[in-house]
Design a protein around this ligand. Structure first.
Ligand code: ADP
Length: 357
């Protein structure tokens, strides 16, 4: 039997994402139902350093399930990465009798969580970022909401594209991960999708636009993930639009922070609720240093260190010695997960190409 927890804390950190509020709500209600006191940390890790805590009752989280953003607020906090910052955060936990933390955010948040766990504060992570860029999990909170927001906006752009026989290049968020561009590209019938994970053949796209125009197609959408201008130059989308404009009237729209907020979709609310409940269960069972992942449709905990290094492997950012703490089987498992994710992206990209006629 693990120890009996009396008090835990929940925080949101890093970039906000729809689904954070439903996750906090679930954590609060589940913890209270288990007889455990729960406090909210205002402003992410900064709030832990500065001891800005709010006590929760079940009513404290009333009516937040429909809200985007995070009502606990989120701030980037560089001080948390320093020894002094970490010591102040640990001091708050000791002083306030916080025996465990549930941290909701992206990979930076999990780096902070693993530091806390190493210093004796049990911590469980919940993945929330619209980019779906955490390799260990098939799903991160906010992803579905963001994609549906993109869908609504690009559908509206399509109306005008069709009326005026026009092409619209659309840039969407997702620096290291083209998931949003790929899926919304398929869903909006884009004639081309450019993501940083795959080679993008610009000449083939222009040839396709020419052929489709000759075939009588009027409206066209080209979807570009944020990672592409990061590689090819900040004005890449403008340049691509200028080249398309030689074929047909073309415009460029950047959908950036306008798709970061908004009321969470059903998918985000349900998954956030399931993840929040599981996070409390795991913490109370004595687990720590874990992030909750969705793998092949099932929620399961993955060790944070494994998740962080797997992510670096997938993004070709491994540093010397990164793999040393893992067994040969674990490294093989990481390689298998990376290959599976890449294969899925290639499969979807091929489907997009097959149907863009
Ligand atoms: P995200 O969680 O969305 O990836 P950030 O990368 O901004 O967002 O990380 C959120 C917060 O997590 C940071 O402001 C910082 O307080 C903490 N953090 C990030 N990286 C580290 C790290 N290497 N060590 C400790 N804490 C970190």
């Amino acid at each position: 039997m693990g120890k009996k927890f009396k008090k835990i804390a929940v925080l949101t950190s890093g970039g906000d994402a729809p689904g954070m509020n439903p996750a906090v709500r679930a954590v609060v209600r589940k913890a209270l139902a288990e007889g455990v006191e729960v406090v909210g940390v205002v402003g992410g890790y900064k709030g832990l350093i500065e001891n800005t805590l709010i006590p929760f009752t079940p009513r404290s989280v009333s009516n937040i399930i429909t809200k985007g953003g995070t009502f606990l607020y989120s701030e980037r906090c560089l001080e948390f990465k320093t020894e002094e910052g970490m010591a102040a955060a640990i001091e708050t936990c000791r002083k306030e009798n916080i025996e465990g933390i549930i941290a909701i955010g992206g990979d930076g948040t999990f780096r902070g969580a693993t530091d806390l766990a190493r210093r004796g504060i049990p911590t469980i992570g919940i993945p929330a970022t619209i980019d779906n860029d955490i390799t260990a999990t098939d799903y991160t909170l906010g992803y579905d909401t963001a994609m549906n927001t993109v869908l609504t906006m690009v559908d509206d752009l399509r109306d005008t594209c069709e009326s005026h026989a026009r092409c619209n290049v659309v840039e969407v968020m997702g620096r290291d991960c083209g998931c949003i561009a790929l899926n919304t590209g398929i869903a909006t019938g884009a004639i081309g999708i450019a993501i940083s994970e795959l080679e993008f053949d610009e000449e083939a796209l222009l040839a396709r636009a020419r052929a489709l125009k000759a075939d009588g197609k009027r409206g066209m959408i080209v979807m570009v993930s944020e990672g592409i201008p990061a590689i090819k130059g900040a004005d890449y989308c403008e340049k691509l639009t200028a080249r398309l404009n030689e074929i047909l009237d073309s415009r460029f729209s950047r959908l950036a922070h306008v798709v970061r907020g908004g009321s969470p979709t059903l998918r985000d609310r349900v998954t956030a609720t399931e993840m929040g409940v599981l996070a409390v269960e795991l913490l109370l069972k004595g687990e720590s240093n874990m992030v909750i992942c969705e793998i092949d449709g099932k929620l399961q905990p993955v060790e944070i260190n494994f998740a962080l290094i797997l992510d670096r492997m997938y993004k070709n950012k491994l540093k010397d010695g990164d793999l040393e703490m893992f067994s040969a089987e674990q490294v093989e498992e990481m390689r298998t997960i990376c290959a599976k994710r890449k294969a899925e992206i290639e499969r979807l990209n091929q489907i997009a190409l097959d149907v863009c006629k």
